[in-house]
Design a protein around this ligand. Structure first.
Ligand code: GRF
Length: 240
């Protein structure tokens, strides 16, 4: 039985973060030696992160707030495929180079994805980026880009993967009548939302939830889970 979505005690629901001891055996069996994790950072010498967004960037804003205290990672670049993505303003407000790299429409459509990614990659290299954090970035990345950054490319997905991958997770969760959903931070591989899972948090689906209320509540947990997981990844607490 789902609880009522107006019940404010929803925010005190038990959330589960997979501790290293549970998450790592999965990693060990799934990862290949082609995943190269970032070096170990520290608050004195943090990992240089690029955050890639497509929309409003509430996850980016939460990460920037978290990084206002020195951490083992900091945001050195914000990119979007949309020149006017609303979330770019969060980066600009924080003094981080933040801009759009639109698709090169003059390139043949079958070559456009990789041509775009080469432009993105040039910006990442120019800013000496060590870890790419996808935060609501809605484009599927090519095998070329993934293999180039494999192990240094992370994503957050708004469901408990492997359940409900894809672009309409909340809709699919509601349609399936699931009583529990959540969010997942994972390394990106060549599949869609299929890479090794680093951490998950559960969120209860409540009576009366629609896509909007569910998304809002899941985002609340995303904003906690992503920075914490980046801490683990960037301070050497995840190993292959
Ligand atoms: C998040 O729920 C993320 O998991 C999904 O897109 C949403 C982005 O939200 N892939 P925002 O742009 O960070 O507000």
């Amino acid at each position: 039985m789902r609880r009522d979505s107006r019940d404010k005690s929803q925010y005190s629901l038990p959330c589960r973060v997979l501790p290293n001891s549970q998450a790592l055996p999965t990693l060990l069996t799934v990862m290949s030696d082609r995943f190269v994790l970032p070096r170990t950072g520290s608050s004195e010498d943090p990992i240089r992160v690029a955050v890639m967004i497509s929309g409003g960037g509430s996850g980016l804003a939460a990460l920037l707030r978290y990084q206002a205290t020195p951490r083992s990672h900091y945001t050195a670049l914000v990119l979007s495929e949309k020149a006017k993505a609303g979330g770019l303003q969060h980066g600009i407000n924080a003094g981080v180079p933040s801009f759009g790299i639109p698709l090169p429409m003059d390139v043949d459509s079958n070559k456009r994805r990789v041509a775009h990614e080469r432009l993105v990659n040039a910006a990442l290299e120019e800013h000496n980026i060590e870890l790419v954090v996808l935060s609501g970035y809605m484009r599927i990345l090519s095998p070329w880009f993934v293999s180039h950054w494999k192990g240094r490319l992370v994503n957050i997905h708004p469901s408990l993967l492997p359940d409900f991958p894809g672009a309409h997770a909340h809709r699919d969760v509601l349609k399936a009548g699931a009583e529990v959903t959540g969010c997942t931070v994972h390394l990106v591989d060549e599949g869609v939302d299929s890479g090794p899972i680093l951490a998950q948090m559960k969120v209860e689906v409540l009576e009366g939830d629609d896509e909007e209320t569910l998304q809002e509540r899941v985002k609340h947990t995303e904003h906690v889970l992503y920075p914490m997981t980046l801490d683990r990844l960037c301070s050497g607490q995840i190993s292959l």
